[in-house]
Design a protein around this ligand. Structure first.
Ligand code: CU
Length: 472
């Protein structure tokens, strides 16, 4: 029997919105470790090494286990990790070459991994009920036949996905596209992945996970370190941002207001670069930007701020310290990658997102996730329009929808065309309170059952997830 108190815990209201009294009580009980901003260097994420390779495939072995990480200097914080890294090592894949990842689960609980953004068979998608039990092993096969992009992998077992991702089960997966290499974008050490998130730490520096605990998650981490500094050269960098927060959205902006060049979104490169002083990054989304630090004199320090931060500690994400000059032959061409033709839609669906205030469960179309129920029957090889409406206006709660298997095009939001990184291929789209977002999506390549869910993982953990079955 679920008590009212438990239901309140599960409610997980997040974003810059009204919180339930229970959330406030938790925040007051557990003060956050005060991190000194810009005290630690950025941790460059390690690149995972295959254990073997053959003519077609790179093979990886990953231990999923509870370990510790030094998030604060001298403090060992208990975390969940893939191969001991918080966050995990980056898998670098090449388009046209397969990747096999075998997980061994040494956690006390079941887990399963989803490769977010990937076009893969249902058996390797990390279906939320398709879990690996403690002590179990499981191979995932990633064909890498799709267009290149910055994807990420993370835990996805139903009900525990939010806590397992929060405790560290997340990593980047870069699908490099040979066509992209010819463009001359910044590469090598000048191509850097930045996994940004928030977290709530207790006085001992341990992670506190409570579903919906948004107000207490006031420590920002980049690649697992609180508000780091990054020593850069005065030249162009490609920065791949991933928001792996459970509920926090960022509006990222350089403190001097100078422009960034947006070049990529969830599904890879935009058709053309977009220059903007800031960009929004919602949970699950990726945005790639090129920042040209040659505009700054050596010795300049530039903070990357978050205009959606609600307290001082969440208004600054990291700091770029320009420490040297460097030659730069990289460039950002005026044309990057055309949008693929997603075809002519033959069906339209409506999806409504709403919190059930009586149970505290977040729902699609008035229902919580049920793996025995198919919510959307889809014909393989067809294109559809999905109209996604966020009915949570009182209280106002943002949501963002993620579809497995596909990369889609965002047509409009509240009737207005989208811009910035939303002009590229997307797999996750933010749906503000009261708004309807229309997407165009083609279902190709694989049959089977896949999920779609809110990527505010504290919401999906309560049931804001549905199931689509794609058949011939
Ligand atoms: Cu949601």
């Amino acid at each position: 029997m679920v008590s009212r108190r438990d239901l309140m815990k599960l409610t997980g209201l997040g974003g810059a919105v009204a919180l339930l009294p229970f959330d406030r009580a938790i925040s007051a009980l557990m003060p956050t470790v005060a991190a000194t901003p810009f005290a630690a260097p950025l941790r460059i994420l390690p690149v995972a090494r295959p254990v073997r390779q053959n003519a077609t495939t790179d093979f990886y072995e990953v231990a999923v286990a509870e370990t510790t990480a030094e998030i604060f200097p001298g403090v060992q914080t208990k975390v969940f990790t893939y191969n001991g890294n918080f966050p995990a090592a980056t898998i670098v894949a090449r388009r046209g070459r397969e990747v096999s990842v075998t997980h061994t689960n040494s956690l006390a609980d079941p887990t399963v991994a989803h490769l977010h953004g990937a076009h893969v068979a249902a058996s390797s998608d990390g279906y939320p009920m398709d879990v690996v039990n403690p002590g179990g092993r499981r191979e995932y096969r990633y064909p890498n036949t799709q267009l290149g992009g910055s994807f990420w992998y993370h835990a996805h077992a139903h009900h525990t996905e939010a806590e397992q991702v929060y405790r560290g089960l997340a990593g980047c997966y870069l699908l490099k596209d040979p066509q992209e290499a010819a463009l001359g974008l910044p590469d090598g050490e000048y191509d850097v992945s930045l996994m940004v998130r928030d977290a709530h730490f207790d006085d001992a520096g341990q992670l506190v996970y409570v579903n919906g605990d948004f107000n207490a998650r006031t420590t920002l981490l980049v690649n697992g370190r609180p508000q780091p500094y990054f020593q850069v050269a005065a030249r162009k960098y490609r920065l791949r941002f991933v928001n792996c927060s459970n509920e926090r959205a960022f509006r990222l902006k350089l403190a001097d207001g100078s422009a960034m060049t947006l070049i990529g979104s969830d599904g890879g490169l935009l058709p053309a670069p977009v220059t903007a002083p800031s960009f929004d990054l919602w949970p699950g989304e990726r945005v790639e930007v090129v920042v040209d630090f040659s505009r700054y004199a050596v010795g300049t320090q530039v903070v990357l701020g978050n205009d959606l931060g609600e307290v001082d500690s969440t208004r600054s994400v990291m700091r770029f310290d320009v420490v040297r000059t460097a030659t730069d032959t990289s460039l950002v061409p005026a044309a990057l990658r055309p949008l693929p033709d997603l075809g002519t839609p033959t069906a339209t669906r409506d999806i409504q997102l709403k919190l059930d205030l009586s149970t505290g469960a977040f729902q699609f179309d008035g229902k919580v996730f049920d793996s025995t129920r198919v919510d959307q029957h889809i014909k393989l090889g067809t294109t559809e329009i999905w109209r996604i409406t966020n009915a949570d206006t009182a209280p106002a709660i943002p949501h963002n929808l993620h579809l497995h298997l596909v990369q889609f095009q965002v047509l409009d939001r509240a009737g207005a065309p989208v811009g910035g990184h939303e002009t590229g291929l997307k797999d996750t789209v933010t749906v503000p309170p009261g708004a309807t977002v229309r997407i165009k999506v083609r279902f190709d390549g694989y049959e089977g059952r896949y999920v779609y869910h809110c990527h505010m993982l504290d919401h999906s953990a309560t049931g804001m997830m549905g199931q689509m079955e794609i058949t011939r």
